[in-house]
Ligand binder design. Structure first.
Ligand code: SF4
Length: 414
């Protein structure tokens, strides 16, 4: 089969994997082509908001596993293709030289077994790095079940690695991906974490240390294919950030591509809003000091679809407010809906020069639309504002014009 045809099949097969982002790597060019400096034909967003282009493909869409939710599962009758390491490396370098891409996101079906799959991915990277002297960004999958030596070798060549958890609980894995297990997934994850820590220690001791997954590791979870609650998903994410030092957890709204007794109906639309809420909550875990157990609990196991998680938390913990802008700590100010990291830092800085009032907050660029209900300046709420906690929820739920139009159409039966 021609490489172009293979490319069409394998790039299409890779589109359901969202765990790529190329930020955070700093692989310097030392006489070859490409440069992985803090930026990474898919478009992906880096952590600092830049759009970067990656060649996103599978090495093969053959797979010996039968994960119920996956288009590439062995039981599906779909066109199959595989690259050779040489073909894929040549294609990458060709795309790079034509300026189509800045890096490679390389995943694969498991074929014929985890070790051989990992070996193929490594060989591709070796051709790129050693023969073509390609110093651009490479994100590669760690295949659960592969020999730890192979995982280690891949880590020396890649900028980022990811092991996809896919489903948030052992029970869900048994139901939809019985050939996978939590243990098999966590093992390479733990190994990558250990490798990263070791390299970190060596950096402190030696002038030159080897590179090992310099942009860290990430994972992906499918949302909505099983009954797992947002609480269990976000609790797992927190555990991954705390224990495995993951850079990112990606959430992928379940896209029905197969039929099966354990799967949601094929016509069901992907739960995009839920995916968005999880990303917002994930942000709160990583940058705002929230714990999963604060955002949700046994009585509220799923995020409110009308209110973002920070607003929802604030309304449920109204006794925490108001936060006095001139006295509160940075962490307390960060908990105010509508105030982000940048604004909180500006407030702390400006307080050194005198008391801040609402006008001063506006001048600092703080958006008061939501924040005003939760703060005081010099002991006072914003002028003319009356707080009725029981109505606050309705005031904060902002229906976008598009949402309202849909509602009007639904209600009128049009
Ligand atoms: S192992 Fe990966 S490629 Fe294979 S069926 Fe499962 S999800 Fe799909």
């Amino acid at each position: 089969m021609e490489t172009v045809k293979k490319m069409a099949i394998l790039a299409d097969s890779a589109k359901y994997d969202v765990s790529c982002s190329s930020s955070g790597s700093n692989r310097k060019n030392s006489g070859g082509v490409g440069n992985g400096a803090l930026s990474g034909i898919c478009h992906s967003w880096s952590e600092d908001g830049r759009c970067i282009s990656l060649l996103k493909t599978l090495y093969t869409n053959n797979c010996v596993y039968d994960c119920a939710y996956c288009i590439n599962r062995i039981s599906n009758d779909i066109p199959r293709a595989s690259f050779t390491p040489r073909e894929l490396a040549d294609l990458t370098i060709d795309f790079y030289r034509r300026n189509y891409i800045e890096g490679l996101f390389l995943s694969s079906g498991v074929y014929p077994n985890p070790d051989k799959t990992m070996e193929n991915l490594i060989e591709t990277m070796e051709i790129l790095r050693k023969e073509y002297k390609f110093f651009g960004y490479i994100h590669v999958k760690a295949i659960p079940g592969a020999d730890p030596l192979l995982i280690n070798k891949a880590g020396m060549l890649a900028d980022r690695m990811s092991v996809n958890i896919e489903l948030p609980s052992e029970k869900s894995l048994r139901l939809l991906a019985p050939q996978k297990s939590k243990e098999k997934i966590f093992k390479p994850m733990a190994q990558i974490t250990q490798g990263l820590m070791q390299i970190g220690e060596e950096k402190g001791k030696y002038r030159f240390s080897q590179k090992f997954v310099p942009a860290g590791q990430s994972t992906q979870m499918i949302v909505g294919a099983t009954n797992d609650t947002d609480l269990s998903i976000i609790s797992l994410s927190q555990g991954l950030y705390d224990n495995f030092k993951l850079k990112r957890v990606y959430y992928s709204a379940y896209v029905p591509v197969n039929e099966g007794p354990n799967l949601p109906a094929l016509i069901q639309a992907p739960p995009m809003k839920r995916e968005n809420r999880l990303y917002q909550a994930d942000w709160l875990l990583r940058f705002y000091g929230f714990k999963a157990s604060e955002l949700l609990d046994q009585d509220n196991q799923n995020f409110d679809m009308d209110l973002d998680p920070k607003c929802d938390w604030a309304i449920r913990h109204f006794d925490f407010f108001p936060v006095e802008i001139n006295k509160a700590s940075y962490n307390e100010i960060l908990r105010v809906p509508g105030i982000g990291v940048k604004s909180a830092k500006k407030i702390i800085k400006m307080r050194k020069f005198g008391k801040i009032d609402f006008l001063g907050l506006k001048k600092l660029g703080v958006v008061l639309k939501r924040a005003k209900y939760f703060i005081t300046c010099n002991g006072r709420y914003s002028e003319g504002l009356y707080i009725y906690p029981e109505n606050l929820r309705n005031r904060l739920i902002q229906k976008k014009p598009a949402d309202m139009q849909i509602k009007i159409f639904q209600e009128s039966g049009l």
